[in-house]
Ligand binder design. Structure first.
Ligand code: PLP
Length: 401
């Protein structure tokens, strides 16, 4: 069966060029980068090149600002714990209510340990209120951690401005750029951001590799203690094949930032407007003018997201839903709840996330299957009989949050 993968915010396929670049490091290039002999030297050279490609994607001033980690979650944890250890007298942290669990649950843990944590809300479009941020940050704030782009809706936070607000009060600023890296430009040289997390498996490198950007001069305390690797900032013998893979993926992502991402945006927009045109009672979740180019979070009123996913899966189409089946109850995601998405829409939300490997045929195929899926599910839903006409204006109907 033909398969169509539209779940690239969950994870991506490893690019063939990345797999090829990694291969020698499972074979003849097996040295330890720290060794003084030629085996080590060859690997060290490859790690230096990978650090250069990663720094280039982020627009870092210096390659030494890049620390390789095992994943995005480790990068986020490293940034958060570094900030509180660097400023032991500051007991306040600021974040948002729509963060990924890698940040959200770490800050909830610290809250339980006695830290004061401010969780900033978002409006109906998923945007932050910058005045609220300004009021929240104080001279006792150790860290402001705000994601760059939301994994569920793709909505982009103005992290450059947020970093300036944090710095004005002496707080450090971290951003989780796991979803934005490689999809929209990043330029650390033009920004006040202190720390920034990325993850390999969201940009066509394998799972199990990430990086943390730490601006030169930022107070830093390692998360992983031990050896001197990564300039003493992350102990553990370097995972050479995966670091090389991340470097290659960053090189490819930088090359694709312009034309390829514009093509992906075109596909996403056609998918979205096609669905809104063919299906009644739809709603795009998130600010359509301020989103990642690859992400569409769309709700179909009166149907369950999980049921849609199962029927899509029967046709070989992979996407994800905005509700999580936890403890036997279908709770809409914390992101859609924070945005105030009405209950009947929140339950029927689907996230389509595209990549450079998607084609126009993929979009046509989804558009050919979705109307019948939604019609069928609404037929068997006790609420699904009524309905407004589909909207062919491009973005579907928008309900006030
Ligand atoms: N942050 C965001 C925004 C994410 O989407 C994810 C993964 O879904 C992570 C962090 C965690 O990254 P990793 O899976 O590499 O730990």
């Amino acid at each position: 069966m033909k398969t169509i993968y539209l779940d690239n915010n969950a994870t991506t396929r490893v690019a063939p060029e990345v797999a090829e670049a990694m291969q020698p490091f499972f074979g003849e290039l097996y040295g330890n980068a720290s060794s003084m002999h030629a085996f080590g030297g060859q690997v060290q050279k490859a790690l230096d090149a990978a650090r250069g490609h990663t720094a280039a994607l982020l627009g870092a001033q210096d390659t030494e600002e890049i620390i390789f980690t095992s994943c995005g979650s480790e990068s986020d944890n490293t940034a958060i714990f570094s900030a509180i250890r660097a400023f032991p007298d500051k007991r306040h942290l600021v974040t948002s209510r729509v963060e990924h669990p890698a940040v959200m649950n770490t800050l909830r843990y610290l809250q339980a340990q006695g830290y004061r944590v401010t969780f900033l809300g978002v409006d109906g479009n998923g945007n932050l209120n910058m005045d609220e941020l300004e009021r929240a940050v104080g001279f006792d704030t150790a860290l402001v951690s705000l994601m760059h782009a939301n994994n569920e809706t793709g909505v982009i936070f103005p992290v450059e401005r947020a970093a300036e607000i944090a710095k004005a009060k002496g707080a450090l600023f971290h951003t989780d750029a796991v979803q934005s890296a490689g999809k929209i430009p990043l330029d650390m040289r033009k920004s006040a951001i202190d720390m920034l997390s990325i993850s390999g498996h969201k940009l066509h490198a394998p799972k199990g590799i990430g990086a943390l950007y730490v601006r030169k001069g930022t107070p830093f305390v390692p998360f992983m203690m031990g050896g001197h690797q990564e300039h003493g900032r992350r102990a553990g013998t370097e995972n050479a094949p995966y670091i090389v893979g991340l470097g290659k993926a960053c090189e490819l992502a930088l090359a694709n930032l312009g034309a390829e991402n514009a093509r992906v945006k075109g596909l996403r927009d056609r998918l979205e407007s096609g669905l809104a045109c063919k299906i009644s009672n739809t709603r795009i979740n998130g600010d359509t003018a301020n989103r990642l180019p690859n992400t569409s979070n769309i709700s179909f009123e009166y149907v369950e997201g999980e049921a849609i996913l199962l029927m899509l899966s029967d046709f070989g189409i992979a996407a994800s839903s905005g509700s999580a089946c936890t403890s036997g109850s279908l709770e809409p995601s914390h992101v859609l709840r924070a945005m105030g998405v009405p209950f009947t829409f929140a339950h029927g939300s689907i996230r389509f996330s595209l990549s450079v490997y998607n084609t126009s045929d993929d979009v046509d195929f989804v558009l050919s299957k979705m109307p019948a899926i939604i019609e069928r599910l609404r037929e068997i839903s006790p609420f699904g009989k009524e309905g407004a006409a589909p909207s062919c204006k491009g973005t579907g109907s928008r309900s006030p949050a």
